[in-house]
Write a new protein. Structure first.
Length: 337
């Protein structure tokens, strides 16, 4: 099985598109709008209450990698840290200041497994407030060089690495896992490669847009009869709403719901369609913006005049949006709370 190549779902329409439709189309292609976040800052707290996201102070970003070989085995590493020594885990670690997510995952895979890694897409994102505020971005891709670390090469990063089957990882017969949290991540990646190209998301890599804060852009789609509409904030330049100081989906959608609608909606989370992170300069660009696709089938009254529903008239964009409302077409997101 060749794990290098994926399907691409892009818009090639020759028909005219509005600015909003163009933005939605770019997001579905993994390319967020190249505008400063302050342009979209519609959920700002009172002045002075919001702190920038600063790596290793009030924010931890973790990267991990699920790497398969042609036999469907996964790279696993044996931990060297005192608290989890000799237990097994995916190659993973913290992003350093002034480091992009891709640079970080390449470094962690090399340090812990001895292998050179080429990330091709984000496969899974999870966040947590249980043990401090952290975001984990898990990649998949393929090996370009290096060699699997042996016990003779053990260091402070890891003791060794090896290929393991999903059955071995789930059964615990050969080794003890550092944490069960990686099992659903590996299972999701395995399922991704076993889905047909037509039913899995195209490669999604972070766009290196600098963000001072953590934030989530919501692409909220409503089906009205046979037409699709997207929620737009009309303040300043019309744009898709961004919830500042959050990459927790439940919190973000609750804040948007409270700000925009007269009564609560029923929402269906479709997953992540794009990620933005630059990482440098440290202290002013450590934040992450997660772009989330959400749908609702209810017609609640808008209570805030700065919001409106914008119709999707481009037929190719309409068709692509309907495809992407299927969860398997977007990056899975899990919030541990």
């Amino acid at each position: 099985m060749d794990y290098r190549y994926y399907s691409h779902h892009v818009i090639n329409s020759q028909m005219a598109m509005t600015d909003i439709e163009q933005t939605v189309g770019e997001l579905l292609s993994g390319q967020p709008p190249n505008l400063p976040v302050s342009k979209y800052d519609i959920m700002r707290k009172k002045a002075g209450e919001s702190r920038p996201a600063i790596m290793n102070e009030n924010l931890t970003i973790i990267v991990a990698a699920v790497i398969f070989n042609d036999n469907g085995q996964v790279v696993m590493v044996q931990e060297a840290k005192p608290g989890c020594r000799r237990k097994w885990y995916l190659p993973a670690g913290r992003v350093n200041p002034n480091e992009t997510l891709e640079e970080a995952v390449k470094r962690e895979v090399l340090e812990e497994s001895g292998l050179m890694f080429k990330p091709t897409t984000i496969i899974y994102i999870d966040t947590s407030l249980i043990w401090g505020y952290w975001v984990r971005v898990t990649y998949t891709g393929y090996i370009t060089g290096g060699h699997m670390k042996t016990l003779a090469e053990a260091d402070e990063e890891s003791l060794q690495a090896k290929w393991c089957s999903l059955e071995e990882i789930k059964s615990h017969e050969m080794f003890t896992l550092r944490g069960e949290d990686i099992v659903p991540i590996i299972s999701t990646a395995f399922q991704f490669f076993n889905n047909s190209p037509a039913t899995r998301h195209a490669p999604i890599l972070p766009t290196q847009h600098p963000h001072k804060h953590m934030c989530m852009r919501i692409v909220l789609i409503k089906q009205r009869q046979n037409n699709l509409e997207v929620l737009v904030c009309t303040e300043d330049v019309p744009h898709l709403p961004v919830i500042k100081d959050s990459v927790m989906y439940n919190d973000s959608i609750w804040r948007l719901d409270k700000d925009a609608f007269k009564s609560s909606n029923i929402y269906l989370s479709c997953g992540v369609i794009a990620v933005e992170h630059c990482g440098r300069p440290h202290g002013v660009a450590d934040g992450v913006c997660i772009n989330f696709l959400v749908t609702t089938d209810t017609n609640r009254e808008l209570v805030n005049k700065k919001y409106s529903w914008f119709p999707i008239c481009n037929p190719e964009l309409d068709m692509l949006l309907r495809q992407r409302l299927c969860k398997t077409m977007n990056v899975p997101y899990v919030c541990h709370s």
